[in-house]
Design a protein around this ligand. Sequence first.
Ligand code: ZN
Ligand code: ZN
Length: 117
Amino acid sequence: MIATCRSCHQAFWRYRRDHPPSGFCSLSCHAAGPTKPKRDDVLPPKPDVVLANMVRHRLYFHFTTSLLGWYADCATCEELETDYAASLEYHWETASKELVADANYRWAQQTSSKANA
Ligand SMILES: [Zn+2]
Ligand SMILES: [Zn+2]
């Protein structure tokens, strides 16, 4: 059976129920004990979520809904900008892959219906 190690959070194949110790991929992981999932495993929030937080923060702290202003000495603004960049970078890649797959699918549908006609 496939299991997820409670220490290193890698998937591993358990051949026997009693070895390695239940819930761990190896004896060294068992010795290390269970840990919280790594922060890398957490996906960045969606760009529109970060954007909404940005708008809310600017409204309450800078009394504006504009995203164009630059508040160099505001740590929250800086943090949100960084989050937004990371979010765009991550989700843009995912989104564009989906778009390409969708376009390819439509193209295949069109060409096959023409061939049948
Ligand atoms: Zn492990
Ligand atoms: Zn700010």
